[in-house]
Structures are given as structure tokens and as C-alpha cells.
Design a protein around this ligand. Structure first.
Ligand code: SF4
Length: 272
């Protein structure tokens, strides 16, 4: 395999991520998935919003858009509609995707537009100082919840499924090979595809919740994630506190860009 760094990364080291941050692992998985599929680099766009993870677009050597907070999906929608032949991959964080960008997220899922969205879920707003996000677990600590977060988190799978996404998967940075495979599957899927990448923010979430540093946070991922097929065979007491990884859902539905093209043809009088 050709050197991934030379082929897919811009020479912008040192990067801005903290030591032990999971963002580098997720980004490497994205590059590996692109390499696995041998995507045309000139026909692949990377779109991100704002936050630590969204800096990934600037490190990758593609047509990259580093956009406004929560607005990666609408920018990506515009790219996909004008360049339907392009692979459009959105890199976003838990806050960017489900708080500021929450409305865009559910409507893109409802439209089933052919985008791949990788949600770097580190359970917190890392860049802005450790505030809780819609994916911060109930009663976890955050700078805006020093005695515990009373909000219940979204289950990203349930949110995406309820909104109409047709491919939903999850893995962790500990399971990097699986994460790479799932991102490749998501890119190959025709429709709105989500991959939740459970990632560690040792500096903020880890420190505030006394999780013991990067290695222990990855061990936590190893101990709490269970392949979805194996999880189905366990009883309630065995799955307490665990979460499934793998392909959680794959379905079909009319794809937005294809449907839009039909309307354009009809309006121009060349379709039925
Ligand atoms: Fe990573 Fe957290 Fe540091 Fe941001 S604050 S770079 S998410 S470890």
C-alpha cells in the first residue's frame, strides 16, 4: 500500500490535537477507507464544521471545505447536488452534528441524500472548553455541568434511524480496523450513511470524568463495545452498560440527488 501520509495528508504537522486524542485515529481510518476503495482523489470532497474533529478536513489532501459551526451537512448537500459524481464525506463532532447542526442532520437523513457522515463522538465540546453536548452521557461531568449532566443524551442510532438514514454503523477508535471497514461500507452505500466513531477526549471529557488517560479510555472502549451480532445473543444483565458496534442498520429508499435529477428532467420536458 502506498504511503497513506504522503498520498492523503497535507504536510501540516504538527497537528493541533492533544496527545492521546482519538481524532487522529478516526481521520486515519477515513484515509484508509478511501484508499481501500481506491476513490478518485479529485472526485472526493471532505466537508467539516467547527470543533476539534472538524479540523481533520484541513489535514486531508482532497477538495476540502472547513465550514461554519453545524453547517457541514448543508455545504455537503450543495456539493453533492452540483457534483453528483463526487464522493462527499462529512467529518463532524458530536456537538457540531447533533446540537448546532441537529436540524440539518435530521433533514439530510429524511432526504436520504447520498452523503457519508462520520461523527467523531467524544461526548463533549473539546475545543471550546469541555461543555456538555447532546451525546454527553447522563450525569457525566462537564464544565457546564460540574455536578453532573441532567440532560439525557441522544442515541445517535435511534435519531438517525427515526429521521430516515439508510445506513447506520458504529465503532470505536480501539476497533480501528472495524471502523475503517464501516466507513468504506458507508461510502459505498447509496443514501444517507452515518458512522458513529466513539472517540476519546482525554484532555476534557476524560479528565473531568476521571477516566485515567488515553490508554485507559481506549480500554474502556474495548470493555464496553460489543459486536451487534454477539450482543443479540446476550441477556439483559449481560448487556448492562454495553453498546453495540458494527452495522446497526442498512435499508433502502429513494435517494435525494437521483430524485432531484428526475425533477430537473421533467421540468425540462425530457422526462415523465
Ligand atoms: Fe482531542 Fe479533546 Fe484535545 Fe480536542 S480537547 S484535541 S477532542 S483531546
Amino acid at each position: 500500500m502506498e504511503n497513506l501520509l504522503a498520498k492523503y495528508y497535507r504536510p501540516r504537522l504538527p497537528h493541533m490535537w492533544c496527545p492521546g486524542c482519538g481524532n487522529g485515529i478516526v481521520t486515519a481510518c477515513v484515509a484508509r477507507a478511501i484508499d481501500k476503495l481506491q476513490l478518485d482523489q479529485d472526485k472526493t470532497a471532505i466537508v467539516s464544521g467547527i470543533g476539534c474533529s472538524s479540523r481533520a478536513s484541513g489535514y486531508l489532501n482532497f477538495d476540502s471545505l472547513h465550514t461554519a459551526h453545524g453547517r457541514a451537512i448543508p455545504f455537503a448537500t450543495g456539493v453533492k447536488l452540483t457534483k453528483p459524481e463526487h464522493n462527499v464525506i462529512v467529518l463532524t463532532g458530536d456537538g457540531d452534528a447533533t446540537a448546532i447542526g441537529g436540524n440539518h442532520f435530521i433533514h439530510a437523513a429524511r432526504r436520504n441524500i447520498n452523503l457519508t457522515v462520520v461523527v467523531y463522538n467524544n461526548s463533549i465540546y473539546g475545543m471550546t472548553g469541555g461543555q456538555y453536548s447532546p451525546l454527553t452521557p447522563h450525569m457525566s461531568m462537564a464544565t457546564t455541568a460540574p455536578y453532573g449532566n441532567v440532560d439525557r443524551p441522544f442515541d445517535l442510532y435511534e435519531l438517525a434511524k427515526g429521521a430516515g438514514a439508510t445506513f447506520i454503523a458504529r465503532a470505536t477508535t480501539y476497533h480501528a480496523t472495524l471502523l475503517t471497514d464501516l466507513i468504506a461500507k458507508a461510502i459505498s452505500h447509496k443514501g444517507f450513511a452515518i458512522v458513529e466513531a466513539v472517540s476519546a477526549c482525554p484532555i476534557s471529557f476524560g479528565r473531568q470524568n476521571k477516566m485515567g488517560g488515553p490508554a485507559k479510555m481506549m480500554k474502556w472502549q474495548k470493555d464496553h463495545a460489543v459486536m451487534v451480532e454477539a450482543m443479540a445473543k446476550l441477556d439483559q444483565t449481560q448487556i448492562e452498560g454495553k453498546f453495540p458496534i458494527g452495522v446497526l442498520y442498512q435499508g433502502e429508499g429513494p435517494e435525494y440527488v437521483t430524485e432531484y435529477q428526475k425533477v430537473i428532467q421533467r421540468a425540462m420536458g425530457s422526462g415523465k
